[in-house]
Design a protein around this ligand. Structure first.
Ligand code: TGC
Ligand code: FAD
Length: 389
């Protein structure tokens, strides 16, 4: 069984329940994801839907949602641990779990009516239904407040028009939380279901990143949305941004899984691979890489552990989450690049997971707010001046 680096004994800060959750998700990833992931990624094919049901059985979908709605009722550190174990397998499987948990179940739980919670949450928690989240548009990515998708009140229903772009799981989704403006220009959330007339989800093909994940568009061509599908508890851009806080938090943890997998692969390889009659791990330049990787992993682990404590106490700020997402994704990407070099030519093959993680992380550093945007959020928090407007 794999043992991740724990240089500063952070395990001592975890509960027995946290460790049990980690073990069960880790075993599942070893058994169900790792043996097949390279094949799906090489073929550019989305992972089978059945894995969502299996994640549902594990309690990995909406882990922080109360049990009465089908969730696991766990704390936020548990959610983070689950994301890290999933992303050790692949960012695609973590993406599915984070979209389902933070971007679909969270808004339905936090802003939905009781009827909406009862209708959607149990089926999303079990993985029977797959969710997607539509915020980004073809011409509005970092600036979602300028979105063009609109709905009009037609008396018996809302009429929705517009389009979303780069949407994880849209081609395979059963349910979608979609953000659009009402006649007064206020951003509101609507729940769409597959089969609604005028709602289509074409797939985006030929990606070099997240190849085992289905990414697509959402097109709304005069979709008649029942009035009971409006999320009643929120209006304004802060609604979709509150969902992003939860997902970005999960990513800050998740990418550590990819980073640790790359580090561990490079460490094992360097101990076995001999050049000039010695293991390459005996050369100072390779030790420098390993030592710096472990230092950065340790710093990132401490950052998310503290963030998890703050989140459990409902004290984590959006700016703290931005800092952690930005730092940890960059850390993971640098570690993937360094560890790939340590494997020489073998590093570019599918025999090892590093190149796949490296390419995935190029998406992760862009989605849920780009690296630049998170820096500007920190800048605004320090100075009180928004540099992005
Ligand atoms: P701004 O005027 O600053 O804010 C509008 C309102 O929102 C409030 N707010 C927040 N509330 C909660 N959490 C946050 N993180 C918040 N950030 C801002 C703010 O207080 C204000 O409230 P009020 O009451 O005054 O109206 O908005 P802005 O238009 O200037 O934009 C700010 C900016 C650039 C930081 C923001 O729009 C942003 O974060 N842009 C990045 C977009 C992004 O992250 N998109 C992600 C799409 S989803 C995705 O990528 C899923 S990938 C899934 C996967 O596969 O894992
Ligand atoms: P742009 O906003 O056009 O940015 C282009 C460049 O300009 C970036 O480098 C950016 O940092 C920079 N830039 C922009 N504004 C500023 C500024 N003010 N100051 C300085 N630099 C700036 N979205 C969803 O809604 N749901 C999903 O499920 C989803 N899944 C995704 C899955 C994948 C695989 C990918 C790649 C993206 C996904 N996204 C999703 C979209 C993602 O959130 C956006 O790509 C991201 O927010 C950036 O938007 P953009 O691509 O339009 O880039």
């Amino acid at each position: 069984m794999y043992h991740p680096p724990d240089y500063f004994q952070i395990d001592e800060l975890l509960t027995d329940e946290h460790k049990l959750i980690r073990q069960s998700v880790r075993q599942w990833v070893e058994r169900e994801v790792k043996p097949v992931i390279d094949r799906y990624a090489q073929k550019h094919e989305a992972l089978p839907k059945d894995l969502m049901r299996q994640m549902g059985q594990l309690g990995a979908l909406g882990p922080f949602i109360p049990e009465k709605y089908g969730g696991a009722g766990l704390d936020h550190i548990s959610y983070g641990i689950i994301m890290a174990e999933l992303e050790r397998g692949d960012s695609a499987i973590r993406s599915s779990a984070s979209v389902q948990s933070s971007l679909v179940m969270y808004p339905i739980y936090a802003f939905g009516s009781e009827a909406q919670r009862k209708k959607y949450l149990p089926k999303l928690a079990s993985g029977e239904w797959i969710g997607a989240y539509g915020l980004t548009e073809p011409n509005h990515g970092s600036d979602p407040g300028s979105m063009l998708s609109r709905f009009e009140d037609k008396g018996d229903y809302f009429l929705l028009n517009g389009a979303k772009m780069w949407i994880t799981n849209s081609p395979i989704c059963d349910v979608a939380v979609v953000w659009a403006k009402d006649e007064n220009g206020k951003v509101k959330g609507l729940i769409l279901e597959r089969g609604m007339e005028g709602f289509s989800t074409p797939e985006i093909v030929d990606k070099w990143s997240l190849r085992a994940s289905a990414t697509g568009e959402m097109v709304f061509d005069n979709v008649k949305v029942p009035k009971e599908n409006l999320l009643p508890g929120i209006k304004g851009l802060k609604g979709p941004l509150m969902c992003l806080n939860s997902a970005r938090y999960g990513i800050a943890w998740g990418v550590l899984g990819a980073a640790m997998e790359c580090y561990d692969t490079a460490l094992q390889y360097s101990l076995q691979r001999k050049q000039f009659g010695k293991p390459i791990a005996s050369f100072q330049l390779q030790q420098k890489k390993l030592a710096e990787m472990l230092t950065e992993i340790t710093k990132a682990q401490l950052l998310v552990w503290r963030l998890g404590v703050l989140k459990n106490e409902n004290k984590a700020t959006p700016a703290q989450i931005s800092m952690a997402k930005r730092n940890n994704v960059e850390t993971a990407l640098k570690i993937a690049r360094e560890s790939r070099q340590m494997l020489g030519a073998m590093g570019i093959t599918g025999d090892f997971p590093i190149m796949r993680h490296m390419m995935n992380l190029e998406s992760v550093i862009t989605y849920e707010g780009t690296h630049d945007i998170h820096l500007l959020i920190t800048g605004m928090d320090i100075t009180g001046i928004a540099a992005f407007d």
